[in-house]
Ligand binder design. Structure first.
Ligand code: GLU
Length: 490
């Protein structure tokens, strides 16, 4: 049997370090066993999936050097590797489940399901579908569907007994079937849900081992049931521990930069990133801290994965990255990395038009563009609130910008301009007054090259990190002294 593993990201945002972490373990396991590593794009959420996000994820994994054997870009014998192109396959499998009586059409309205949820909450019952449409006869169900009544397809789930999930790391995990929801498999728009598409594709693509984050453990009973309904053998399951913030909460971009692009822009080396992600849940047999991807592949062993919640800690990553820079690059390689990072002609050509009209001597370029070659710019609270806005107003500006930038998909000058104007309008501030603290936040100085162009060049991840840093520099607002001045609800 050829070992086949996969990474199956949903292209709904920035390329996440968690994706790289899971990809690394799948890569190592496949390579160690002389197997294959597949990349599949799970874009069944049509509203949130974007081609831009898919491109960024592929670029980020390539930057790290985790090359896949089959995928939407390189093709392969089990394609297409993008779920949005596999609609007919899912439809056919849902029909099979309906015909065998393992799934049923559910015509319940959103209102009924909302009311059901409220009632279950009020009575402290487990949330989930109550099986209302199971009472329909197959003929009735056919007729309503033919009449055009909107429906979803749900899987049948036993109401009694237990499901045993065998996990390569955790042993047997027992679930009560009564706690497992009758999962929707096909949505009203005809698109499959994650659960159906994931199971069908893992089977059809010959995946033998699924290494994924522990947040998917609760989905495992549904998946195993589906494998059984189709009469297929299930792949082996292995749920990796989730990456955590230093406060041990789930790694989130509110507390830590989570986009791989951030780490690339900050000047971390891909070798150091992989090394660090490897250390998150795995240890080298001789406990060394620094190892290459090839060394990790050669020594990889699931037995050495530890389940303690790994903390993604920038201090340790910085230390390791420094070691990689100092110990593993000769001076020429080091210079070449610096050139690739930001002294390349593409980057310089982006910056040149912003500076030519602003310098008298070429040496003026240094102070004017320092922030283009920095990670953080460390603005002082005094510089941030030195203008027309007080600290509280600046806090609101930074929070509103962060919120709106997060929701922005296309990162370019005009989009940034529109967001900044929208925030000024939202907060009732003059654009001119608001720009100064934003300048300081992004560039470290109150003025300089055109701000929105500079932000477009810096990229969303560095801008976001600088907003977070400036926000942290201002600290939390003072407690209101008089309670009655608090805005009353409504
Ligand atoms: N599309 C899922 C994700 O975004 C894949 C989970 C799995 O590996 O089954 O993480």
């Amino acid at each position: 049997m050829t070992v086949r593993t996969r990474i199956a990201p949903s292209p709904t945002g920035d390329p996440h370090v968690g994706t790289a972490y899971v990809a690394l373990f799948n890569y190592c396991f496949a390579r160690q066993n002389g197997g294959e590593f597949i990349l599949r794009i799970e874009d069944t959420d049509r509203e949130r999936s974007t081609p831009e996000s898919e491109r960024m994820i592929l670029d980020a994994l390539r930057w790290l050097g985790l090359q896949w054997d089959e995928g939407p870009d390189v093709g392969g014998p089990y394609g297409p590797y993008r779920q949005s192109e596999r609609g007919a396959i899912y439809r056919q499998h849902v029909d099979e489940l309906l015909a065998k009586g393992h799934a049923f059409r559910c015509f319940c309205s959103t209102e009924r399901l909302d009311a059901l949820r409220l009632e279950q909450r009020a009575k402290n019952l487990p949330l989930g579908y109550d099986g209302h449409c199971l009472a329909l006869s197959p003929e009735e169900s056919e007729r309503m569907a033919a009449d055009g009544v909107a429906y979803v397809v749900r899987m049948k789930v036993p109401r009694a007994g237990q499901c045993l999930v065998k996990d390569l790391l955790r042993g047997d995990i027992v679930f009560e079937w009564s706690q497992v929801d009758m999962q929707v498999l096909l949505k009203a728009d005809g698109m499959p849900t994650y659960h159906l598409a994931n199971v069908v594709d893992d089977h059809l693509m010959g995946i033998t081992h699924i290494l994924r984050g522990e947040e998917w453990i609760p989905s495992a009973p549904k998946h195993l049931l589906l494998y059984g309904y189709f009469g297929w053998d299930a792949p082996q399951l292995c749920h990796l521990p989730l990456l955590r913030n230093p406060d041990r909460s789930k790694l989130s971009k509110r507390k830590n930069p989570t986009s791989i692009l951030f780490y690339e822009r900050m000047g971390y080396l891909p070798e150091a990133m992989l090394n660090y992600l490897g250390l998150m849940a795995w240890s080298f047999p001789d406990e060394r801290d620094k190892f290459t991807l090839q060394e990790m592949v050669a020594e990889f062993d699931l037995e050495r994965i530890s389940l303690g919640g790994p903390v993604f800690d920038l201090t340790k990553l910085n230390w390791l990255n420094g070691r990689w820079i100092r110990e593993s690059l000769d001076i020429q390689q080091y210079a070449e990395r610096v050139r690739q990072w930001a002294l390349n002609s593409e980057y310089l050509m982006a910056i040149a038009p912003l500076t030519q009209q602003r310098v008298e001597r070429l040496s003026d370029l240094g102070p004017l563009t320092l922030f283009f070659f920095s990670g953080y710019v460390n603005p002082s609270p005094e510089a941030l609130v030195g203008g027309k806005l007080d600290a509280d107003a600046v806090r609101r500006v930074l929070d509103a910008l962060t919120r709106r930038f997060d929701a922005l998909v296309a990162w370019n000058r005009d989009a940034i301009d529109a967001v900044v104007r929208a925030v000024a309008a939202e907060l009732g501030l003059k654009l001119k007054d608001m720009l100064k603290p934003v300048y300081v936040t992004i560039t470290g100085n109150p003025s300089g090259v055109p701000l929105f162009d500079a932000m477009a060049i810096l990229g969303k991840d560095l801008c976001r990190a600088r907003l977070r840093q400036a926000r942290a520099a201002l600290g939390e607002a003072e407690e209101e002294e008089e309670p009655e001045t608090e805005v009353a609800a409504g």
